[in-house]
Ligand binder design. Structure first.
Ligand code: PEP
Ligand code: MN
Length: 381
């Protein structure tokens, strides 16, 4: 008898079940979960569920019944009573529902009502204590759980939350990519940083990932672009916020769409892209994130350079000296130009850049020295 070679299994989420084993997929093969940000009242829940059930692409209804609000005056969710509305909606439409749980207590209540699926919000995934409490309550069940990325771009934290649930015996797991929060906002409410879900996918190829374009976008107008990108990158599904009347929604009103607009959005998405597009998108994304990093380094370097210019200015002031440094300027300029040309940059480009940096340096030292008569060369380049 030959011996069996057992390959070490490096994937700590190896036995995760495929998405279609617990979520009805759309014709196109992706999973779609849709519904209002918050369950506001019975009529709103029923009306939205009825409309969404007519859309054969929708696999589950989503809504929040406990809402994590940034400020205490916001609507904090209808609470447990909303589970009755959801049970009613499910009875009528047959659509399974998915709610957010953020504590052991929420989880116990959700299980008591036999919620179909749960999700962990971005503010829960960041907290291993909460995730562990929830995982402990879920032990012994096989309820599907979707884990949103943490608010900060920390892939390990995201993976750690999935692992805690997996170690509790849950195998119907998926990740939700909802973007990452930054102090200085770009065009999105939460920066997508596609390189993170891409990295997650490459480390755990069997882990389904849904994109939540609503929370990435923060506004309806960007939903389509982000959804299309998710599809091009071969994410496994979408979670989208849909409200019967977004204009009067109690939470996230700028990013929710009507059931009609949602149906149209799905229609407009190009669901099957040619093979090769994914590789192209991934490569492009990697290159773009490299550019982002380099730009940020460039800004740091420029800021550090100006700090040193200021230090020199202060030093000169304390010592009461202004030294003409024309020679230094000439030497610096020619050294830098030669180095830059050696590295494939044009003389014109590097000279323009050095002049801009030099002018700014002069301005800063003039402010420090209180001297507006200096000529190029009076100042450190
Ligand atoms: C939500 O889905 O409505 C929500 C609060 O999401 P997140 O945790 O992504 O902010
Ligand atoms: Mn929301």
């Amino acid at each position: 008898m030959g011996h069996q070679i057992v390959m070490p299994n490096n994937n700590p989420l190896a036995d995760i079940k495929p998405l279609n084993s617990w979520l009805k997929l759309a014709e196109s093969g992706i999973g779609i979960i849709a519904g209002p940000c918050s369950a506001e009242n019975e009529e709103q829940v029923l009306s939205c569920a009825r409309d969404l059930a007519k859309n054969k692409n929708v696999g589950a209804f989503r809504t929040g019944i406990w809402k994590p609000r940034t400020r205490p005056e916001g609507f904090e969710g209808a609470g447990e009573i909303a589970l009755r509305w959801l049970d009613q909606a499910k009875k009528e439409t047959g659509l399974p529902y998915c709610i957010e749980v953020a504590s052991a207590r929420h989880t116990e209540i959700a299980l008591k009502h036999q919620a179909d699926m749960l999700w962990l919000g971005a503010r829960t995934t960041v907290n291993p204590f909460l995730v562990q409490e929830i995982a402990d309550v879920l032990k012994g069940t096989d309820i599907p759980v979707l884990v949103k990325n943490p608010v900060n771009p920390d892939l390990e934290l995201w993976i750690g939350s999935l692992e805690r649930l997996y170690k509790s015996g849950l195998t119907k797991l998926a990740a939700i990519h909802r973007g990452f929060s930054f102090y200085r906002k770009g065009p999105y409410r939460n920066s997508p940083m596609w390189e993170l879900p891409i990295e997650l996918k490459s480390r755990f190829p069997n882990l389904p990932i849904l994109t939540d374009p609503s929370h990435i976008a923060g506004s309806r107008s960007l939903l389509k672009e982000i959804s299309q990108k998710a599809i091009n990158l071969e994410m496994d599904g979408l979670m989208i916020e849909v409200h019967p009347n977004p204009g009067i929604a109690l939470t996230d009103k700028n990013q929710q769409v009507t059931p009609e607009a949602f149906a149209q959005l799905l229609e407009e998405l190009v669901l099957r892209k040619r093979i090769g597009d994914k590789e192209f998108e991934i490569k492009l994304e990697q290159l773009r994130s490299e550019i982002d990093k380099l730009d940020s380094e460039l800004i740091h370097i420029l800021a550090r350079r100006m700090q040193i210019i200021d230090e020199i200015g202060n030093y000169k002031k304390v010592n009461n000296i202004t030294i003409l440094q024309l020679d230094r300027w000439r030497e610096i300029a020619s050294n830098r130009v030669a180095q830059a040309e050696n590295m494939g940059l044009s003389r014109e480009f590097i000279t323009t850049l050095l002049n801009i940096v030099h002018d700014e340096s002069i301005k800063r030292q003039e402010t420090i020295l209180g001297n507006s008569n200096s000529k190029p060369g009076d100042t450190e380049l």
